[in-house]
Design a protein around this ligand. Sequence first.
Ligand SMILES: C[S@@+](CC[C@H](N)C(=O)[O-])C[C@H]1O[C@@H](n2cnc3c(N)ncnc32)[C@H](O)[C@@H]1O
Length: 292
Amino acid sequence: MSAAAMFAHLLLERLPGRAPARVPEPCAVMADAAQVDAFCAVGGDRGVLAPIYHYHAVQAAASIRPGDRVLDLGCGPGNQLLHLARLHPGARFVGVDASRPMLRRARRTLDSGGAGGVALRRGDLTALRALPDAAFDCVTCTLSLHHLPDLDALHRAAREMSRVLRPGGGVYVADFGRLRRAATQRHFAHQRAAEQGPTFTADYFNSLRAAFSVAELDAALAALGPGVRRHQTALAPFMVVYRRGVHGADDAAALARARAALARLTPSQRRDCRALAAWFAAGGLPTPVSLR
Ligand SMILES: C[S@@+](CC[C@H](N)C(=O)[O-])C[C@H]1O[C@@H](n2cnc3c(N)ncnc32)[C@H](O)[C@@H]1O
């Protein structure tokens, strides 16, 4: 990705003007075979999403303690879960998704990635009926909220997160924020088109159009209670993180594993990871471990 082009797009987002209306995802639950295949491919070890997953796993380390019960909502094909589970071998993870094909992929991803102990369940993240109150020490949710059909569903999801989480537990929610310009949305969706293929490119564009605004996310995620801080990429909310940390100090063992995991990324993936980290750092969220 050209850093200059990205800077220019994000700067143009600062111009006054109305954000385009939200366009909900055509398929909220991802069950279409081609869409699932494309998403799995970009999430794998050599895929364009691997640096994003690495970044979120590093930042989520502040919210997870050894032995914690961690719930990942909208886990999809399990790639983010795998990055998290590798950093926290002592934690007990449960992934929930509404899509059977995604859960089948997640089982494979986790078993082949050495995280066979992660449990997976089919369920609706806006109505987690099978899960008792306060059953988890941490809730994570990456790139899934924009799949919800409307604001009502977003508020239900946030209330369910709060219900199944022990009071004051760890939170790590990351998603796209609504951008103001269709040109910026197209830029992000297409910047890796050659590597990611047309199906994922179309899917990515749909995701950016379906993103909730920061104000909408703020209003819903307030249900998670005090201590949850919002962080976003500088200049414009291309990506937004809501986090409640639970450590007095950084989890040194998890961060040591993060350094080892970084070494497994390709040089270009490491560059992408550093670029995302730099945009968040400029927005006020430093990275707890060197990404060099
Ligand atoms: C873009 S994927 C993100 C997957 C994963 N979290 C990641 O970061 O790679 C969004 C996932 O949310 C799931 N999803 C959408 N609506 C859902 C709902 N109401 N309940 C549970 N899962 C849902 C989809 O099936 C899909 O697997």
